[in-house]
Design a protein around this ligand. Structure first.
Ligand code: C2G
Length: 133
């Protein structure tokens, strides 16, 4: 079984996230998503609208996702890859090059981001009273 892993906050789930998860799953048979804890988000200077528990429930309902585990720090990726017998590490290409150190442990793939959508854009548009369809 070819196992794939990816990381993220996955707040306010949108098509950019779904496109990433879909393509990541297509690279193997089993997809592990390592989901940023609320505490780690603070380290990333990110605030999520949904709690870790709710973001986990939402991710687990997505058909491409097989397992969701917590991300507590920047340092856990090598042990995550080893402990979960991972074959492929996948991230959007806004991270291109940042995780190449994992090439000693698994394949590393950076996928093109989906243009025109982001959690930040959603928050800004709603704040500015964007016309909600
Ligand atoms: N993404 C994408 N297209 C978008 C928005 C996001 O392909 N329009 C991808 C990102 O590249 C990432 C994943 O969706 O691979 C999750 O995005 P975030 O939740 O923003 O993840 P991030 O905060 O970058 O967390 O240790 C790594 C970090 O946890 C990554």
């Amino acid at each position: 079984m070819r196992k794939v892993i990816t990381y993220g906050t996955y707040d306010l789930i949108h098509v950019g996230h779904i496109n990433l998860l879909k393509r990541a799953k297509e690279l193997g048979d089993y997809l592990v998503v390592v989901l940023s804890s609320d505490e780690f988000n603070a380290i990333k200077h990110k605030t999520a609208y949904h709690s870790f528990e709710d973001r986990k429930i939402i991710l687990e309902s997505i058909k491409y996702v097989d397992e969701v585990i917590p991300e507590f720090n920047w340092e856990q990726k090598i042990s995550d890859v080893i402990d979960n017998d991972i074959d492929v590490f996948v991230m959007g290409d806004d991270w291109k090059g940042e995780f190449d150190f994992l090439k000693d442990y698994c394949e590393v793939v950076y996928l093109p981001r989906t243009e025109g959508i982001s959690t930040t854009k959603i928050k800004n548009d709603l704040h500015l009273g964007a016309k909600v369809r």
